[in-house]
Design a protein around this ligand. Structure first.
Ligand SMILES: C[S@@+](CC[C@H](N)C(=O)[O-])C[C@H]1O[C@@H](n2cnc3c(N)ncnc32)[C@H](O)[C@@H]1O
Length: 369
């Protein structure tokens, strides 16, 4: 499956183009976080030439969505964003669709080469461009490395006068470099009160609990899990969940509840619940008063970082904007690399980083020739 569009280059041509960039400076200390000011194709090429090939564990990007808009930061209200032409231009999002797809494809190819074998890429996009980007990513990463198309509920329901349904979601495409090796910390979510009330309806001196049968589906022919226990046999087509000798221990510990008719059930306490598996529909609204246009929800990015990177990982955002990913890394103790070509973005990042942050800053325009 391939997506055809004008001026589409091969992976090799893209890598050759990246290779043609020459730099008069090297990264001295790859143990420090790094902020690069300039075009990210040049920035990614700089990283490839400075020892970062196959070494970045997580990339989160939130590129322009090809909205045909200019995004400004308003001067009079420093927190307000605006699509009007007053204030400072933050970034311009006005490529033709062919140009946009090639722009993204070029960056995806370089990102693929920077990712480590246990690495993951999360691309935040929208429903207009996302399906094209999915095909581009399938081409570059291989469809077997596609993990999720996450629906992100970004707003309250809309009631615009439009001959279509309201749009309250965007999407995050999640790929691994190698689907069997990507870092996956299995971060789970706590149950909410409604779920607790439903799943753990009983309470005793230890806390909230529910009960489950001692038996599970499947028969055992000769094993201990088919043997009689206290005069009881597992029902037809079922076997004991464990060696019934263990039921004696559990019973002595008060972990078995007996009904008035003599039916035993195992007690499962809320305190032992490990949290629920996170699904692919997320609700994270973006800040109401952002520092930067289209600034994303930092908690959402912290969740991605906790799930798909380790404390010794490098996390890259080459469309850094207001620096949400970089601040999320600071909060989660990860080393980061941020790239943006907007001076507004770079100023906001520099001004909002803790002055004690240990990072290098490089202006790509000064070192690329
Ligand atoms: C949607 S914003 C990112 C917002 C960010 N996720 C946040 O939470 O603040 C996209 C950013 O990509 C930057 N950008 C667009 N094209 C770029 C390029 N070729 N090189 C570097 N940055 C670029 C823009 O300047 C803009 O800051």
């Amino acid at each position: 499956m391939h997506l055809e569009f004008n001026n589409k280059k091969t992976d090799k041509e893209i890598l050759n183009k990246a290779n043609q960039f020459l730099f008069n400076k090297k990264i001295i200390d790859t143990n420090k976080s790094l902020l690069l000011y300039g075009d990210n194709f040049c920035g990614l090429s700089f990283l490839l030439k400075n020892g970062y090939k196959n070494s970045i564990d997580l990339v989160y990007i939130d590129p322009p969505f090809n909205t045909n808009q200019k995004y400004f930061i308003s001067q009079n209200k420093c927190n307000a964003i605006s699509k009007n032409t007053n204030g400072f231009l933050a970034y311009n999002d006005n490529l033709s669709i062919d140009e946009y797809l090639e722009f993204m494809r070029e960056r995806f190819v370089l990102i693929y080469n920077l990712l480590s074998d246990k690495g993951s890429l999360y691309v935040h996009t929208d429903i207009k461009m996302g399906h094209y980007l999915k095909i581009l990513l399938d081409e570059i990463f291989g469809i077997e490395n596609f993990k999720n198309d996450i629906t992100r509920i970004k707003s309250n329901p809309k009631n615009f006068d439009r001959r279509a349904f309201g749009n309250e979601k965007d999407m995050i495409l999640f790929y691994s470099k190698n689907n069997k090796k990507n870092i996956w910390n299995n971060v789970r979510m706590p149950l909410n009160q409604q779920e607790i009330d439903k799943l753990y309806p009983k309470i005793d001196k230890v806390g909230r609990y529910t009960t489950i049968p001692l038996h599970a589906p499947g028969t055992t022919l000769n094993g201990v899990t088919g043997k009689e226990w206290r005069g009881l046999l597992p029902p037809e087509g079922r076997h004991w969940r464990t060696d019934p000798n263990k039921f004696d221990i559990m019973d002595s510990q008060g972990l078995i509840e007996w009904s008035s008719t003599g039916n035993p059930r195992i007690k499962k306490y809320l305190k032992d619940h490990k949290g629920k598996k996170v699904q692919d529909i997320w609700k994270y609204k973006d800040p109401q008063y952002p520092n930067y246009p289209t600034q994303k929800n930092q908690k959402m990015i912290e969740f991605i970082i906790n799930q798909s990177s380790s404390e010794d990982s490098i996390v890259l955002d080459c469309f850094a904007g207001g620096g949400t990913t970089l601040f999320a890394c600071e909060n989660t103790n990860r080393k980061w690399i941020g790239i943006d070509q907007s001076d507004q973005s770079i100023n906001i990042i520099k001004n909002n980083l803790n002055p004690m942050t240990n990072y290098d800053y490089i202006d790509l325009n000064q070192i690329c020739y």
